[in-house]
Design a binder for this molecule. Structure first.
Ligand SMILES: Cc1ncc(COP(=O)(O)O)c(C=O)c1O
Length: 365
């Protein structure tokens, strides 16, 4: 059966084409051009943070944030095992060692109660990853970081627009990162952003992203930098997406409330918005009660034209990270039971009723 409901598809119905055509008409298609600064400025404004640095994707955003924080060989960084691989790989790129933390089964986020006993004399930073549009328990994480003199790098790839006690995702860490991959709440095709409140970290991250160019001297490079620049074309798309951010987030939240309503009587664990948190439901994620049900349910939905995704595999099981004795039972459990359901803008209440009708049929057959 062909796919009737993809798990995600972006909506590019605003000024994307107009702005991209401006890039083409003006020939400003590389990483110089007015949309870069306009997108960075508008993004920073949206978060209420002084500095935003556009980059070519969310993975290099993490690498840049870690480098600018001075993370390197000999350091340890605490990161959830239940996350997308990029969070962990970015730590490894710096030469530091990722130390895996377990997750909370109800929220799927990093478990702050599992953090502190994993801190050693080598620990330099915590990387909370706000998954699926929800937020980590930042009060507890920030308190642990403060007590132990650790930096916090928020991975907000999946949490654009979410907030914790009125603070937008990305505004609590020393440096924070976003992804604008095609399935993210706002997209640039491929793209990412690093944000910070610290002017010196901003300067350093800007230099690292642009080949370590020294100020005021052409072709003179005094640190080892990278080419992590975003193109003007991507920034043009990003600016147009940002103009629609309020609507995109409102729709995501409506989609989640339709799913919650339709699935409330089912024997499933559903996402919930906790007090003080704005959840943007990047991917609406359910947990089946028995891991054995997951693949049959996904196959059944596929036969009805409904695309789904499994939740992430815990990274500590992947071959390059599997040595060492990890005990992360919650990460193992939630990873085996989770399913992402279609969550794209334009999915209607009727579409969700149809999808949930199939889920209910499967669960009662
Ligand atoms: C939690 C998380 N971190 C990092 C990334 C990496 O972003 P990108 O794919 O833009 O490199 C992603 C997503 O794709 C992600 O979901």
């Amino acid at each position: 059966m062909s796919i009737k409901y993809p798990v995600y598809q972006p909506r590019l119905a605003g000024n994307e084409k107009k702005y991209v055509n401006e890039c083409l008409d003006s020939t400003w298609i590389s990483s110089k051009g007015k949309f870069i600064q306009e997108f960075e400025k508008a993004f920073a404004q949206q978060l209420g943070i002084p500095y935003a640095i556009s980059v070519s994707n969310g993975t290099v955003a993490l690498h840049l944030a870690l480098l600018a924080s001075g993370i390197g060989p000999g350091d340890e960084v605490l990161v959830p095992s239940f996350t997308y691989i990029a969070s962990v790989n970015a730590i490894t790129y710096t030469g530091a060692v990722p130390v895996f933390v377990d997750s909370c089964s109800r929220t799927l986020q990093m478990d702050p109660n599992d953090l502190e006993h994993r801190i050693t004399t080598k620990t330099k930073a915590i990387m909370p990853v706000h998954l699926y549009g929800d937020m980590c328990d930042m009060d507890k994480i920030m308190a642990i970081a403060l007590r132990n003199g650790l930096q916090v790098i928020e991975d907000c790839a999946e949490a654009f627009g979410s907030s914790y006690q009125g603070k937008p995702a990305g505004t609590m860490g020393t440096l924070s990162t976003f992804s604008f991959f095609g399935n993210k709440t706002i997209t640039t095709g491929e793209g990412g952003m690093v944000v910070t409140k610290d002017p010196s970290l901003y300067q350093l991250a800007m230099r690292l992203k642009g080949q370590g160019l020294a100020e005021g001297r052409e072709y003179w490079h005094d640190i080892i930098g990278y080419n992590y620049r975003m193109t003007n074309i991507c920034a043009a798309i990003g600016l147009a997406q940002l103009e629609q951010a309020t609507d995109l987030i409102r729709e995501k939240r409506e989609i989640a409330s339709h799913y919650n309503y339709e699935l409330q009587i089912c024997d499933l664990e559903l996402p919930a918005e906790r007090p003080g948190i704005v959840h943007t439901y990047w991917m609406y994620t359910i947990l089946v009660t028995d891991a054995g049900q997951r693949e049959p349910l996904r196959a059944y939905l596929k036969s009805k034209g409904i695309e789904t995704r499994p939740t992430f595999y815990p990274v500590h099981h992947m071959p390059m990270y599997a040595s060492g004795h990890h005990s992360l039972p919650v990460a193992d459990d939630i990873s085996s039971r989770g399913i992402n359901l279609p969550s794209y803008p334009g999915l209607t209440k009727e579409n969700i009723q149809e999808i949930c009708g199939h889920i209910r049929n499967f669960l009662t057959q």
